[in-house]
Design a protein around this ligand. Structure first.
Ligand code: PEP
Ligand code: MG
Length: 816
């Protein structure tokens, strides 16, 4: 593959152009070296740097040099005099800097020769010229290719048609075949172009729904056409889940779990956070999608369109200021700052220029203008990068306003309501005010999704997997039963009175967990941040069984520093002097991405770099965190234990224990939340002091069912006998090793399941503070022998339902 050198006056410009080009080809692209700036932040070019860059990417296939302007060209010419290796042909390209670089990178990635890549780079303005009607009178290089032996017609399914990424995929895919392929768009009737040229392909202007004719000649013509058909059929990987779901029938809320024709159970609404609540429905408006490209606005309409942007931004700023005036403290400051952003003249001008100069629609102009500012924020990093979510919030609000839709995000209410949403991100859920929000109902989510976990922490009844919840009329009164999943629309007066009476019933925990016959089971609280400690103390928790540290840093663009971490951890430790606090190291990834550690493009995040695996790539993050935990523990009097998430091998446990020991941390454990860890719990427990069962993930991985998918909630059930067997395996290993094995997944918060866990040998149970009273009360009603008998029956059951029924029969309360 040839190498590419990028010469620019500005290192930032060069880096941005390279980033853009690399985006097209990912890790499989050519070697690229940058020679930019004249050193010490001075804008300019330097021939020596260019020569070094050429040497860095030199390859017998050659090196192509892309330059911006003026002295860049001269420096590159001079550099050629220093780089006189006869075996490395070096070519200076006259192609345009940005477009040429992108075309060159894509073509080089496909293995093209230096000549071919240079030709592509020089012709790289064709797509733009064709789009703007500024074509060379000779026209783009139409290429009918050699007489086509085979041809197919395929219709584009992906939302944006043959834009840059699909084009790059097509060129790369075809580069491996011995075939000459051409593409023509039947809608435009323009002559075919060669499929080996990304820029020529872009001129085809093929959009969603267009049929393209693809012709191929050569020894592997058929294979090449099959590859095209496959890529087009799969929508170049851009077909969202939504389009697939749009065709599914939606059962009514009251419908019991149905069976599909294949016999697979599908979930109905599921209660995931107990309690009853009554209130009028408020739907959470959804965020707008990125506005698609549209024909340029006629010049006569542009002024009015620009005015719409000004008016929409002003209205959003006004609404945010209004909201700010109704709150106090940090929330007020944030809202005022966001209002300022919405009224930012720079942002508004940038959007307005896009409308007046390019004819963009107002919503597309706003989207793009905000995108540009967000890119700058990203490059600057630090505090600026942390403001990107606010910037996106402003964008979504202004675009919604332009489209005449309600502002997205959590509704701004002062009267009690029941929140209905398609899905809730952890950040949304964390902002819910439980004094006005009475209950949560979501279309997506399973019993162990973070919506469920946070709803429990807030003490709000919650129902997930309510597939047609978004159809419920706004404002209609409902009773939500967070235990059974039942949603009663327009209830009678009696039903409302009963629900309200139950709602006010609170079971308190006296601070000592034990069974009726005195078997001690520590009942602990799960906390997500220093803010949630108060609820745990108030609920008389015996300590903290799981401190989910990642929740402290959900909004951080960069890794938290040592001091910030020490301060956060100390607040939690300080709440429990002399008591147990088990802190978990960062469990980032999958459903809890952290901007500073989680890759945005993982194909399968739940099976990817998450939990302890992040330490493989960023060991310094773990070390800083362990240092902070050690410092915080030394400064407070809690009995601190530290554990690692998502352990899958004995080696990882050994590694974690060693890292903890290096920081002087002694009470070290691991989470058992993969089947691998459950079945090797024996050897793992030889290396660490304790284990804690994360039943949420253990269910997800045992049942191979995404814990966030409402449709799979029925599999994601800790009562599944397969999951119970995994738990038994780990508990038995704990008993054999004489080491404690607790449970900190949501299973611990289900009173009857808590008794089963005790029967299986769990030594402590950790749950949201609100659940402590109910679990404590249930355990006080049963003996250890009963728990063991019920556990044996539940494990032997044939299904989750049968396990529940068996347990209910054996654990039925008997008079004391
Ligand atoms: C679990 O998986 O059960 C667990 C406690 O961890 P989290 O829910 O944070 O993934
Ligand atoms: Mg987990």
């Amino acid at each position: 593959m040839i190498g590419i050198v990028v010469v620019s006056h500005s290192p930032r410009l060069a880096q941005a152009a390279v980033d853009l080009a690399v985006e097209m080809v990912g890790a499989d692209g050519p070697a690229i070296a940058i020679a930019a700036g004249a050193g010490d932040g001075v804008i300019g070019t330097d021939a020596f740097k260019v020569a070094e860059a050429i040497a860095e990417v030199s390859s017998p296939e050659g090196v192509l040099v892309m330059m911006d302007l003026g002295s860049a060209v001269m420096s590159a010419e001079m550099a050629l005099e220093f780089s006189d290796d006869p075996d490395v042909p070096v070519r200076l390209s006259s192609g345009p800097f940005v477009e040429g670089l992108m075309a060159a990178v894509v073509r080089a990635a496909g293995g093209a020769t230096l000549d071919e890549v240079d030709r592509e780079a020089r012709g790289a303005l064709r797509a733009k010229q064709s789009h703007l009607g500024d074509e060379d009178p000779a026209g783009p290089p139409a290429d009918s290719g050699p007489a086509a032996e085979h041809a197919i017609e395929v219709t584009l399914l992906n939302p944006d048609g043959l834009h840059a990424r699909p084009v790059s995929m097509l060129v790369t895919a075809l580069s491996v075949f011995e075939a000459t392929v051409t593409v023509a768009n039947l809608r435009t009737g323009k002559p075919p172009v060669t499929a080996s040229s990304p820029t020529a392909l872009l001129t085809v202007d093929a959009r969603k729904g267009d049929t393209i004719s693809v012709a191929a000649a050569g020894r592997q013509a058929v294979e090449a056409l099959e590859a095209v058909s496959d890529l087009v059929g799969k929508g170049f990987g851009e077909l969202g889940a939504d389009s697939a779901r749009a065709h599914e029938p939606v059962p009514s809320l009251s419908q019991p779990p149905a069976r599909s024709s294949s016999g697979a159970p599908s979930s109905g609404p599921l209660g995931v956070s107990p309690g009853l609540a009554v209130g009028p429905i408020v739907r959470m408006p959804e965020k707008p999608d990125e506005p698609g490209p549209a024909a340029a606005l006629p010049v006569s309409e542009r002024e009015a369109a620009a005015e719409q942007i000004v008016a929409a931004a002003a209205s959003v700023a006004r609404a945010l200021r209004d909201k700010a005036s109704r709150v106090s403290g940090a929330a007020r400051g944030i809202l005022e700052a966001t209002a300022l952003m919405a009224a930012d003249p720079g942002l508004i001008d940038a959007a307005v220029s896009r409308v007046t100069l390019q004819g963009d629609t107002p919503e597309r102009a706003v989207w793009a203008a905000v995108g540009e500012v967000a890119d700058v924020f990203t490059q600057q990093g630090g505090l600026l990068a942390e403001r990107i979510p606010d910037l996106h919030d402003v964008r979504d609000r202004v675009v919604s306003e332009l489209l005449g839709r309600p502002a997205p995000g959590l509704p701004d209410r002062v009267e009690p309501y029941v929140l209905v949403a398609r899905d809730l991100a952890p950040a949304d859920t964390a902002l819910i005010d439980p004094t006005v929000c009475r209950a949560i109902v979501t279309v997506e989510g399973g019993p162990t999704s973070h919506t469920a976990i946070l709803a429990r922490a807030l003490g709000l009844p919650a129902v997930v997997a309510a597939r047609d919840a978004m159809e419920l009329p706004e404002g209609s009164v409902v009773i939500v039963d967070g235990s059974t999943g039942e949603i009663v629309v327009d209830p009678s007066g009696d039903q409302v009175a009963r629900a309200e009476e139950q709602h006010s019933r609170v079971i308190t925990f006296d601070g000592t967990g034990r069974t009726r016959d005195g078997h001690r089971v520590q009942l602990l609280a799960n906390v997500a941040s220093p803010d949630s400690v108060a609820a745990a103390i108030e609920a008389n928790a015996e300590g903290v069984g799981l401190f989910r540290t990642e929740f402290c840093f959900l909004d951080h663009a960069e890794a938290p520093g040592l001091d910030e971490q020490v301060a956060a951890y100390r607040q939690v430790f300080a709440g429990f002097p002399g008591k147990k606090v088990t802190i978990r190291t960062l469990d980032a990834g999958a459903d809890k991405p952290l901007a500073f550690v989680t890759a945005a493009d993982e194909v399968n995040p739940a099976l990817g770099i998450r939990g302890y695996r992040t330490a493989w790539q960023r060991p310094e993050l773990l070390d800083t965190q362990l240092q902070a935990i050690a410092a915080a523990a030394a400064a407070e009097n809690a009995v601190v234990g530290v554990m690692a998430p998502m352990i899958a091998t004995v080696d990882e446990s050994v590694d974690f224990a060693a890292r903890c020991a290096a920081h002087g941390l002694r009470n070290v454990g691991v989470m058992i939340e993969t089947p691998a860890a459950a079945i090797t719990a024996g050897p793992i427990l030889e290396r660490v002091d304790f284990a804690s069962l994360g039943t949420n993930d253990l269910a997800q991985y045992t049942m191979a069912a995404d814990r966030l998918m409402g449709e799979l909630a029925v599999l994601n059930d800790p009562w599944q006998p397969a999951v119970l067997r995994m738990i038994r395996e780990a508990c038995e290993a704990g008993l054999a090793a004489g080491k404690p094995v607790g449970v900190c997944g949501e299973a611990a918060a289900d009173p009857m399941l808590a008794a089963i866990l005790v029967g299986l040998g769990a030594t402590s149970l950790s749950m949201s503070p609100r659940a402590l009273g109910g679990v404590a009360e249930f355990l006080r009603g049963v003996t250890l022998t009963r728990c063991r008998d019920a556990a044996i029956a539940a494990v032997a059951a044939g299904s989750a339902g049968a396990a529940r029924s068996a347990a209910a029969l054996l654990l039925e309360p008997t008079p004391a």
